[in-house]
Design a protein around this ligand. Structure first.
Ligand SMILES: O=C(O)c1ccccc1NCC(=O)[C@H](O)[C@H](O)COP(=O)(O)O
Length: 242
């Protein structure tokens, strides 16, 4: 288990632009310009990880595959790739970017046999995103219900899933703080590391998530707060190093 919380600044890509959504809803975008510039800026600021999302692939409105490959290829740091990775072809394209790991979402709900197969084949290169409203999972760019969180978690655990990225959709992009209770509950239900996602608004939120490291929280994805300049990545990295 990691001793300090890992920080994963997010670059979510829609129609070629770095954007932030509210509650992950298509159409709620605020644009922040070039994804490559954003990713390079986080790297220059000392990030050890980048969380890179192809929102068009997640929503089924096309993809940004070439751009995502360009961004991932330009990074000297670890990259977690998410969005629309649902079959052999999209997984092969994602892994070919040289990313450190991929995050599967919808596939874990809709094609569990395929997910079990790729977990067995690729081990900790595969994480599963558990994106929830309450305790109900959501797939297809968070637009469709996909079953119970804890039943799915038990199934994935039994298949050897290495890691979970847990998002409370009600918090995502809202700057209203992470759902610490959800994180605690998921950590109680699994021995595997958990990456927290959604809602971080201030440095105290990162301090609060850091307190969950002994329970199994390994990292925190930070999006909107960095783009809205609530704090700098340098400040955030200092807080988690303390
Ligand atoms: O990750 C996905 O596949 C995804 C699919 C559909 C909508 C949103 C998706 N991801 C969003 C993120 O990973 C955010 O970058 C992350 O939760 C940060 O949230 P916040 O700090 O609240 O901006």
């Amino acid at each position: 288990m990691a001793a300090k919380l890992e920080l994963l600044p997010a670059v979510d890509v829609r129609d070629g632009q770095a954007v932030r959504l509210v509650h992950g809803e298509s159409g709620s975008e605020t644009s922040y310009g070039s994804p490559l510039e954003a990713a390079l800026a986080w790297q220059r600021s000392g990030a050890e990880w980048l969380h890179l999302v192809d929102l068009d692939a997640a929503f089924g409105t096309g993809d940004n595959r070439a751009l995502i490959a360009e961004v991932a290829g330009a990074m000297d740091i670890k990259v977690e790739l998410s969005g629309g990775i649902r079959d052999d072809a999209s997984l092969a394209a994602a892994l070919a970017t040289g990313c450190t790991r991929v995050n599967l979402g919808t596939a874990a709900l809709e094609t569990p046999e395929w997910v079990a197969k790729v977990i067995a084949e690729f081990g900790d290169k595969i994480a599963v995103g558990l994106d929830v409203r309450g305790t109900t999972l959501r797939g297809r760019g968070w637009t469709r219900d996909g079953g119970d969180l804890y039943e799915t978690l038990a199934r994935l655990d039994s298949e050897g899933c290495a890691r979970y990225v847990v998002t409370d959709i009600a918090k995502d992009g809202t700057l209203t703080g992470p759902n610490l209770e959800l994180l605690r509950n998921v950590c109680e239900a699994t021995d595997k590391p958990v990456v927290a996602s959604g809602g971080v608004s201030c440095l105290d939120d990162l301090r609060a998530i850091s307190e969950l490291v002994p329970l199994g929280v390994e990292g925190a994805i930070v999006g909107k707060a960095l783009y809205a300049k609530a704090f700098t990545l340098e400040e955030a990295l200092k807080v988690v190093a303390a």
